[in-house]
Design a protein around this ligand. Structure first.
Ligand SMILES: O=P(O)(O)O[C@@H]1[C@@H](OP(=O)(O)O)[C@H](OP(=O)(O)O)[C@H](O)[C@H](OP(=O)(O)O)[C@H]1OP(=O)(O)O
Ligand SMILES: Nc1ncnc2c1ncn2[C@@H]1O[C@H](COP(=O)(O)OP(=O)(O)OP(=O)(O)O)[C@@H](O)[C@H]1O
Length: 489
């Protein structure tokens, strides 16, 4: 990328989240991730170029020195901080504005600093071997927190029974963030049990919210529409997927073929999520695997093994999420201990690495934190750092990029779904690995109480609410059968 020859016409809108807006290059498999500011305080939150560059370099360091060792070299692409010509950034901002979903327009792209993060475009495969020239497919999943806290500091029993995602759904619905409850439960996805995982993915397809997207040839073809009233068109999705999963001469009718194609997609996703070179397994302890809000048939929960192949992407993410061993309720007093210490010894903020730098010694503070509270500031800081790293892992996304390839291509990572079906080569990556601010911990504590209290108030007197929710896409009832059933609408 020649920074002095940047032309906005070589870039197009790709997507955005709460904190950044991403544009992709039309020719090369590269993206630029630009920071966003809230429109309310855009005036005040301008950073100088040097501050913004430092901020982005911090993200790179955190990905490289902290998240990569924890999540695995092969899954993490830390990217590079770049300084772009301001004129290019301003033109780009004007160009992408009309593509942006309204729901994200409460923030504006940073057009002042000229700084961005340059990353590989993970929706495309770097080694594209497809002889049939089918564009790669990419599935993005934001899995969220995959375990129930077992910390003795938890004061509300419900937190040991219902997972944060499922409780949060009710809060989001009540506050108008989404119009329908998602039936996705992260504990099903992280269970390691193929049936439960398939159901979790079906639920993501059914109601993707901000947890599921599909790209074809780098273009987003399936995601939550901005108009939350609109149901996702799974038949249209199946049309896109048909050439990948059904032989070209297949005589199956539309309805049947949609069902087959989506089931094949789900199997590919499950295989990619569980793929590992390590034959050992990580057994999940009983307490962590069942969420009472998940509608899975009890037999399915009872009669299954709960283990993830060691070092598969889900195992790495779950292990990192579980660095939050005390829960926000147990962490809060330690956060206060750190706050008090910083008031008494403000100069120690830097040696305790409260705001970074995210170096090897930051990772060591996480890895060498004492297991028992010895009353020290080191313990408190170690736990706060661990909690922040766990938060990153609870908010990251997985990208699975797959392309078809002939058997003769002999790739080392090829997924065999069924011998008669084409082989897929795939890559799995983890993205959105930004450090979560130290200052956000009190907010986390308040949000946790609000979510739990709302859940208790709104659902417990009438637990039928979830069970009676309309099954608008007509998936089969869980537990009885894992195949998709489409009812005509
Ligand atoms: O707190 P949560 O669990 O709602 O997560 C936030 C996400 O909401 P979600 O529930 O996934 O829809 C939220 O996602 P959306 O903006 O809702 O798409 C962000 O990812 C936010 O992270 P950050 O503050 O931008 O770094 C996330 O905040 P953090 O808690 O990770 O800081
Ligand atoms: N390296 C990449 N390659 C391809 N697409 C990417 C890449 N990085 C981000 N994206 C796309 O851009 C979207 C927004 O990026 P990202 O999740 O990093 O934003 P964010 O603002 O940090 O999100 P959040 O709301 O979780 O804070 C992603 O959901 C993904 O679709």
């Amino acid at each position: 990328m020649e920074l002095d020859k940047m032309d906005e016409n070589d870039w197009k809108y790709h997507g955005e989240g709460n904190k950044s807006l991403v544009v992709s290059n039309v020719q090369h498999a590269r993206v630029l991730r630009l920071l966003k500011y809230s429109t309310e305080d855009a005036e005040n939150s301008h950073k100088t170029t040097e501050q913004a560059f430092r901020h982005i370099q911090n993200i790179v360091d955190y990905s490289q020195n902290v998240m990569k060792p924890l999540l695995g070299e092969k899954f993490v692409h830390n990217g590079e901080a770049v300084k772009l010509p301001l004129d290019f950034v301003r033109q780009l901002s004007l160009k992408v504005q009309q593509e942006r979903p309204e729901s994200r327009c409460d923030k504006v792209m940073d057009t002042f600093s000229g700084c961005a993060l340059c990353l590989p475009n993970l929706t495309q495969l770097s080694c594209c071997c497809s002889r049939e020239h089918r564009p790669p497919l990419c599935i993005e999943i934001k899995p969220k927190c995959g375990f129930l806290p077992s910390s003795r500091h938890v004061t509300k029993e419900i937190k040991h029974k219902v997972c944060r995602f499922c409780m949060h759904q009710h809060f989001k619905l009540a506050h108008g963030k989404w119009k329908r409850l998602s039936r996705y439960c992260p504990l099903d996805l992280f269970s390691g049990n193929k049936q439960r995982m398939s159901l979790a993915i079906k639920h993501l397809i059914e109601e993707p919210q901000n947890n599921f997207k599909i790209f074809k040839g780098g273009e987003c073809i399936y995601s939550c529409k901005d108009d939350a009233d609109v149901l996702q068109d799974v038949d249209e999705l199946a049309q896109h997927l048909r050439p990948y999963f059904l032989p070209s001469g297949s005589l199956m009718n539309g309805h049947q073929s949609s069902k087959v194609v989506l089931n094949e997609l789900i199997q590919v996703i499950v295989s990619a999520l569980l793929s590992s070179w390590d034959p050992r397994k990580t057994h999940l302890s009983e307490g962590r695997v069942r969420c009472e809000a998940s509608l899975l048939h009890r037999d399915l929960l009872r009669n299954t093994n709960h283990c993830l192949p060691k070092d598969c992407v889900l195992d790495k993410i779950l292990g990192t999420q579980m660095l939050d061993s005390l829960d926000i309720e147990g962490l809060n007093p330690l956060f206060k201990r750190v706050e008090q210490h910083l008031q008494d010894f403000p100069k120690e903020r830097s040696s305790l690495q409260i705001d970074g730098p995210y170096s090897q010694s930051f990772l060591e503070k996480i890895q060498n934190c004492p297991t028992e509270d010895d009353g020290s500031i080191e313990y408190a800081v170690g736990k706060v750092h661990q909690y922040r790293v766990a938060m990153t892992a609870k908010d990251c996304s997985i990208m699975i990029t797959i392309a078809t390839c002939g058997e003769e291509d002999g790739l080392d990572q090829s997924l065999e779904i069924q011998p008669s079906k084409p082989h897929f080569t795939y890559s799995v990556s983890i993205l959105d690995l930004d450090p979560k601010p130290y200052e956000s911990i009190p907010h986390q504590s308040r949000l946790d109480s609000k979510i739990v209290n709302h859940y208790l108030r709104s659902t417990l007197p009438n637990n039928q609410e979830l069970a009676n929710q309309s099954v608008f896409l007509g998936w089969d009832r869980e537990g009885e059968d894992c195949t998709l059933v489409f009812h005509p609408v």
